[in-house]
Design a protein around this ligand. Sequence first.
Ligand SMILES: [Zn+2]
Length: 146
Amino acid sequence: MPVAELRAPSTIRAGLRCRCPRCGEGKLFRSFLKIAERCDRCGLDYSFADPADGPAFFVMSGVGILVTAVWAWAAFEFRPPIWVQFVTVFPAMIGGCLACLQPMKAWLVAEQYVHKAGEGHWASTGSHGEGGFTYDRRGVSDRRAD
Ligand SMILES: [Zn+2]
């Protein structure tokens, strides 16, 4: 499929479906959290994709806050025995994190693609005493005050 014919999906849609951010059709993952080398539909090279710890942080924070809030409300409202809390809260935390991790990673990769985000690179302004700083003389008189 020629790249010009592709219609890019929204980043949310690409993330939720775990699909290529350019064509929205190709698979993004080759295993649970391993990103494929390239899109199997449009050939987009996924080497730019590196969300690092972002997905884990956002999923852990979001699911943790949500499950803890529901747990606290239910604990005060219904006063369940501790064993009920163990068998409901831990699976909710683990299951919630596992369910959200892949779409979150796919969404962050799609955002990286759309915003052309990458690792920062230092651009030198020159060595000490060379170039870099220029003085704008517009509006400044060349006459010396003697
Ligand atoms: Zn693609």
